[in-house]
Design a binder for this molecule. Structure first.
Ligand code: SAH
Length: 264
């Protein structure tokens, strides 16, 4: 019997197709890693949400494309696995890092749940620069100390759980990153989250808002917890917020969380 060959994800490589789950970074092509670029150019087929595929259009021009709108993640990832089963090299595109609120987990879950697949395709997860890292670099250095990241999207997570996490992060004085802060249908969550954090932090705590970080249309604002509500009209699903901890301060337009070094 031939020896079973397992790859790093524990999958068996049966010589059939493959799925690379590619984190494309924040969007600007200069932020794409060489490894991500190689996976995209080497792919037979690109699978992804239309908006993200558009960001890397010059690299994937002419390739077979399977693109759907938002909230069709299971269908999209299922199709990617199906294409790989047919022997294709598939690149599934995620914005930022594919393992952070991205497609990596779903691809692995679907592949492992598919008993017929029996490990017959190779799967790799290729990291990318996450939005919070891009945003932090634009704001200055707000993540120099411990931080928590919370998505305010209640599509897949109960709102009670989200509130609990916001409160726990605020209580523990974590710098707090808010992903998916507001959509056209979901506007209350951000007000509630800021209200919870305000119970534990001063009104003067710096808050950074970055929209379209490291891609066309980039906008950044640094304000305070007491004033942030004034900017809620500028917040949408292309925005990320970083709320400082009790030591975070602003200087010359930068948001800085001190690590504790003595500075004269
Ligand atoms: N995988 C991504 C996160 C996807 S969730 C990552 O690693 O960062 C989608 C949310 O990410 C958006 O609602 C927004 O809050 C944030 N986001 C993604 N790209 C962004 C960018 N370039 N600028 C600001 N926020 C961004």
């Amino acid at each position: 019997m031939a020896e079973e060959k397992k790859d790093r994800t524990g999958n068996c490589s049966g010589g059939k197709g493959s799925v690379s789950v590619v984190g494309i970074g924040p969007g600007g092509l200069e932020h794409l890693t060489d490894r991500a670029k190689a996976a995209l150019t080497g792919a037979d087929c690109i699978v992804g949400y239309t908006r993200y595929v558009d960001l890397i259009k010059p690299i994937v021009e002419g390739k077979e494309l399977f693109s759907t709108g938002m909230t069709h993640e299971v269908q999209r990832c299922g199709a990617a696995i199906e294409f790989a089963r047919l022997g294709k090299k598939v690149a599934v595109v995620s914005s930022g890092d594919s393992g952070i609120y991205g497609m990596a987990g779903l691809i692995l879950q679907l592949a492992y749940a598919d008993k017929e697949l029996n490990g017959g395709i190779h799967i790799e997860v290729i990291p990318g620069i996450p939005a919070f890292v891009s945003a932090a670099s634009i704001l200055g250095a707000p993540l120099m100390h411990d931080f928590a990241s919370i998505s305010l999207s209640d599509l897949l997570t109960d709102w009670e759980k989200i509130e609990e996490r916001v409160e726990a992060a605020a209580k523990a004085d974590f710098v707090t990153i808010l992903y998916n802060p507001k959509s056209t249908k979901r506007i209350e969550g951000l007000t509630k989250a800021i209200g919870i954090i305000s119970r534990y932090r001063e009104n003067t705590t710096p808050v950074g808002l970055v929209r379209n970080a490291s891609r066309q249309g980039e906008e950044a604002i640094i304000t305070t917890l007491g004033e942030v509500e004034k900017y809620f009209d500028n917040v949408d699903m292309l925005t990320i917020l970083i709320i400082g901890n009790s030591a975070t301060f602003t200087d010359c337009g930068h948001m800085i969380t001190p690590r504790g070094y003595k500075v004269v």
